[in-house]
Every structure is written in structure tokens, then in C-alpha cells.
Design a protein around this ligand. Structure first.
Ligand SMILES: [Zn+2]
Length: 341
């Protein structure tokens, strides 16, 4: 007669072992169905009570009830452990949602887009060329002789096969003039490379944008008008430009372009170093030698070109005092730029 109680105690042992082996929801659900489910073991044992000998009925019933209660509590407790492992009970649905971190455009991308958009409206198309150039496109075709300092390996990165990392975007002008006939009206933005030690105002790589306009009857006053119009868009309508004579191998005559300081209206401040003017880049009429090299007749066509530094403009407009910030990928810096206008 004690067999029934012995069996019950074996069932309990088995349940305890199965319970401690239950490591996931599937295990636990199987355990629940098998032991305390409507057609489970405990339910079937309850049905047997009626056929048991009277002397053990009472005790069997008590122990079975205790088993049932224990099984229910143990399964609930394992269920809570599984919940807290997966963190589902820790969710506070009243907390504000964590928003995804949206990126922003890099300040140099914003600057380049703004510049390109101004020139696009003036009828210029955007052109790009290779960053690794041959010396013919970078130097010879641009009227830069062997002895010129910009060809020196101490200033320029040469590769083992004799090609170079371009020191300016001007070879794009050569490539375009070789392929097309005037009228040509392009701007070429892109990265350039020079052997400069990085500091607050220098970087071994930076980006330039050059413009080129070649057609019949193009004059220096077209250059002045276009450049002034561009800087008015950038700095505001009251800005003035000044052209100072200079020398560049591929333009003749050549000039440096200065812009009246938009921060002090030309009165003199820290940014313009008390001069009232800020140097922006080179310009000039395309040298007839360069036109001859690309088979454009300088007796029929004339052209002008100018260049500017994209970082330089961004430094001024965003009020940044160290060019290295653009290249350090510090997200605290980069996240501050959501567009200038
Ligand atoms: Zn100033």
C-alpha cells in the first residue's frame, strides 16, 4: 500500500530534476503541460484517489496537493527568472523612447554643396578628375617647368611609378579642355595633397575648387564679376573683392583674390589680421601656352580660371580655428553642423 506514496515521491523527485534542468521557455512549457496541465500527471493522480485503499487516501491526497502547489510555485518562479534574464520585466513603458542617432553631413560636404549650388546657378557644370595624376597633366600641361618648386619631391607626394598625388585640381581643367571644345564653363572640386606638416592652418590633404571659363571674347572683367557674385552669395551682398597682381605658371596675367572682411566690414579685426581683407585664392587669364597644349586656338578663344580652398571657406564661415578638426572624426564636433542656412 505504501507503493502509491513511494510513486508519488518518485514523481516529485523527477519533477525537481526536470525543473532544475529547465533553462528556457520551451523546457518550462513542456514541464508545465506534463505535470500540472489539465491532462498532466498531477491531474491524472487526482483521478486515481477514488480507487485508492481508504487508509492511504487521506495522506495521498495531502501529499498530492502539496506536490501540486509546489510544482505550480516552482514553475512560476522559474518563469520569473527567465523573464529577468531576458530583461522583459525591466521595461518601463512610460520612459521616453531612445531616438536613433541620426548622422549629419560633414561640414566640408555642406560647404562644397553650397559652393557647387552657387556655381550651378551661374551655368557652371561640376567636373571631377583623378587624385593620382601623371606629371604631364599636373605640371607640363599647366606650363609648370622642371625647375618649378611645386615639382620638388619635398613639396609633392610622388608614387613609385612616377605618378603624383595631385597638388591642385587644375589638371581637371586640362582633361576637360582636351575632351571638349569651347564654350567650357566648369567648376572642379576635389581633394589635393601637399607635403605639409599638420598644424592649425595646414594639412597634408585638403580640398580645392577651381573654376574655368573658356569661350570667344571672355575677359578679365567676366572673371571679376563672376568671382564677386560668388563671394556675395557666400558672405553677403556688401562684400567687395580686390585683385592683387601675382604669378601662376598657367595664367597670365594672374591675380590673388582678396575679399573685404565680412566680420568687421573691412575695418580690421582679429580674423583679417587688422587688414580689412581676407586672401581667398588665385585667379587669372588662362595662359595662351596652356590653350595651345590642349589644341584650343588662343587667337580665337580666351579663358579665365580661379581657385579657392573649401576648408578655408568653412573655417571662416563656421568660425573654426583649427583645420585638423575637420579630419579627426570627433563626433562631438561633427554633430554641430546641420547646414549653415
Ligand atoms: Zn576683419
Amino acid at each position: 500500500m505504501q507503493d502509491h506514496l513511494k510513486q508519488l515521491s518518485d514523481h516529485l523527485k523527477q519533477f525537481k530534476k526536470r525543473a532544475s534542468d529547465s533553462i528556457n521557455r520551451d523546457d518550462l512549457e513542456k514541464l508545465r503541460v506534463e505535470f500540472i496541465g489539465r491532462k498532466g500527471l498531477i491531474a491524472s493522480l487526482f483521478k486515481q484517489i477514488g480507487s485508492l485503499p481508504p487508509e492511504i487516501k487521506g495522506r495521498f491526497g495531502q501529499e498530492l496537493n502539496a506536490f501540486k502547489q509546489y510544482a505550480q510555485e516552482r514553475i512560476d518562479s522559474i518563469s520569473r527568472e527567465l523573464d529577468s534574464d531576458s530583461g522583459t520585466t525591466d521595461i518601463d513603458v512610460t520612459l521616453p523612447a531612445r531616438l536613433p542617432l541620426l548622422g549629419t553631413l560633414h561640414p566640408l560636404t555642406l560647404m562644397e554643396r553650397e559652393i557647387k549650388s552657387i556655381f550651378s546657378k551661374m551655368g557652371f557644370t561640376i567636373e571631377r578628375g583623378p587624385e593620382v595624376e601623371d606629371t604631364w597633366h599636373l605640371f607640363d600641361a599647366l606650363n609648370t617647368p622642371e625647375w618649378h618648386p611645386s615639382r620638388d619631391p619635398s613639396d609633392t607626394f610622388y608614387l613609385e611609378d612616377g605618378s603624383v598625388l595631385r597638388t591642385e585640381t587644375s589638371p581637371v581643367q586640362i582633361r576637360v579642355m582636351q575632351e571638349r571644345k569651347p564654350p567650357i564653363r566648369i567648376v572642379a572640386p576635389g581633394r589635393v595633397f601637399r607635403n605639409d606638416k599638420p598644424d592649425a592652418t595646414h594639412s597634408p590633404f585638403f580640398s580645392q575648387l577651381e573654376g574655368l571659363y573658356v569661350d570667344k571674347g571672355v575677359t578679365f572683367s567676366d572673371l571679376k564679376g563672376t568671382v564677386l557674385e560668388f563671394y556675395k552669395h557666400i558672405f553677403g551682398k556688401s562684400v567687395k573683392t580686390r585683385f592683387r597682381p601675382h604669378f601662376f605658371p598657367f595664367t597670365e596675367p594672374s591675380a590673388e583674390v582678396d575679399v573685404s572682411c565680412p566680420f568687421c566690414n573691412g575695418k580690421g579685426c582679429r580674423i583679417c589680421k587688422r587688414t580689412g581683407w581676407i586672401e581667398m585664392g588665385g585667379s587669372g587669364m588662362v595662359d595662351p601656352n596652356v590653350l595651345n597644349i590642349v589644341n584650343i586656338d588662343p587667337e580665337i578663344y580666351t579663358g579665365w580660371a580661379f581657385g579657392l580652398g573649401i576648408e578655408r571657406l568653412a573655417l571662416l564661415l563656421y568660425g573654426i580655428d583649427d583645420i585638423r578638426l575637420f579630419f579627426e572624426n570627433d563626433i562631438r564636433f561633427l554633430m554641430q553642423f546641420g547646414g549653415r542656412r
